[in-house]
Design a protein around this ligand. Sequence first.
Ligand code: NAD
Ligand code: 89V
Length: 343
Amino acid sequence: MTELRGALIGCGFFAVNQMHAWRDIAGVSIVAICDRDPERLRIVGDQFGIARRYTDATTLFAGESLDFVDIATTAPSHRPLVEMAARHRVPAICQKPFAPTLADAKAMVKACADAGVKLMVHENFRWQSPVQAVRAVLDSGEIGTPFFGRISFRSAYDVFSGQPYLATGKRFIIEDLGIHSLDIARFLLGDVSTITTRTARINPAIAGEDVATMLMDHKSGPTSVVDCSYATKLATEPFPETLIEIDGSDGTIRLAQGYRLTVTGKNGTKVTDASPPLLPWASRPWHNIQESVVAIQQHWVDCLAAGREPATSGADNLKTFALVEAAYAGAASREPVQLDALL
Ligand code: NAD
Ligand code: 89V
């Protein structure tokens, strides 16, 4: 098999994880990198031994023959960069949040579909091994048909030191973190018909909301609560664990803090340790997220090889992104929002 040639655009805080992950995956290599900030370009280029460096994406596409681009910039640049990839007929991975608005996201999906190139959103939380373990229990039928779910992320971890832009945007926790929790809810319980949302800002030093509580009706029947907070001080800081509760007709699933997975079902109760592995380059507490980066990037390589649509394709992510838009609209109006009207 010939090796896939990729380029990374955006060499910031999170992209370092993506570069480590590309190094762990067989059959692919990052041949060029791009960042408009020459210092970030130098740091990542030197760390990963990438000689071909560009300060603007137009020159990158003109100068390289690529099998894909991995876009790890922040949201404002996602649409122009994805559309540039589509114009060059280069498949693209785009970091979350997919775009500043749902209209932008729809245009990006259309551009790639029209160009006949694959588009995957780097929506990695569903790829965390504890979340995959919950999905496997559901698939086994052990707890029967789910009728309730709770996807919970509550923390007081200082995310602003690594990602200062999170403190300044008008939108914060739903757009940055809740987006992952909403995607996990879809992954486990299916698509959503209605969402009701309440938000709060507890930390006075930031611009956006840092607490959100969302109640959702899933089309297949279950109700779920998705709750997230960066204002929750706990005895043991759980960042970045997502805690999950699912009740089904024949039993329950509890993914508790410390990655303790308890399944009570047709075969009694079983408690397992669903901890993610600590990869050699990873560091606690981020290792859970870091492992999922390898998993989603491996999935992309597998999909390109097989000509398959990625699970978190651009088209799939429109449904997660619509939940974000609907949550903000519903938080403002204090009314439930119907999802089908947005899609
Ligand atoms: P960052 O600001 O540290 O890095 C972004 C980099 O992109 C910067 O170096 C910037 O100079 C560069 N850049 C911006 N626009 C560009 C353009 N048009 N051309 C070339 N370079 C450009 O941001 P970050 O914290 O690394 O976040 C990047 C993205 O990753 C965000 O969308 C964020 O939400 C997402 N993120 C995802 C996860 C996850 O688990 N999936 C975790 C953290 C961050
Ligand atoms: O995963 C993310 O998107 C990150 C963090 C976990 C800090 O919210 O921005």
